[in-house]
Design a binder for this molecule. Structure first.
Ligand code: S3P
Length: 163
């Protein structure tokens, strides 16, 4: 079985995913790290050389291969993963999809100025508009966890209640 954590940049997908995986005794995989491992390039470099289109093609390929692996896995997705092409239906078919719902102002404080996140450098208004456009995709998840004011451990506990 696969658990996939979704949500905007900075919502804590990787931190929470690691705790959830540890609690369950499952493996953990960060999709962005897997993309970097497979391509031998940083996410930022993929964006720089081929733009977002190129990044999304690679992301889709890696997503498919990860979801088709044998065994249990907790996966932290990239912020845009469930919002692109038909990734959402693939995720719903192959994984339990969980959305970590965090208010924009909290996210912005965490991602502002992060040069490794190409889309975070678009400026606050554009990033906020992106967040608003993405919500409807995230809200298709099987479980929505409100992370407001909660520690990583608390959020992980809530994710674990889905079992
Ligand atoms: C992206 C989020 C990033 C990474 C890439 C694109 C996005 O992942 O996949 O920079 O479209 O929101 P994180 O959500 O882990 O920062």
């Amino acid at each position: 079985m696969k658990i996939a954590l979704a949500g905007f940049m900075g919502c804590g997908k990787s931190s929470v995913g690691k705790v959830v995986a540890k609690e369950l005794g499952w493996k953990f995989l960060d999709l962005d790290e897997e993309i970097e491992r497979v391509t031998g390039k940083k996410i930022r470099e993929i964006f720089e050389s081929g733009g977002e289109e190129k990044f999304r093609r690679v992301e889709r390929e890696v997503l498919e291969s990860v979801l088709n692996r044998e065994g249990n896995l907790v996966i932290s997705l990239g912020g845009g993963t469930p919002t692109w092409g038909d990734n959402l239906s693939l995720l719903k078919e192959k994984a339990l999809l969980i959305y970590l719902d965090t208010p924009f102002d909290v996210l912005w404080k965490r991602i502002e100025g992060d040069r490794e996140r190409p889309l975070a450098s678009l400026g606050k208004e554009k990033v906020k508009a992106l967040f608003e456009r993405r919500k409807k995709f995230y809200e298709e998840a099987d479980l929505i966890v409100d992370t407001s004011g909660k520690s990583v451990e608390d959020v992980a506990e809530e994710v674990l209640t889905a079992f």
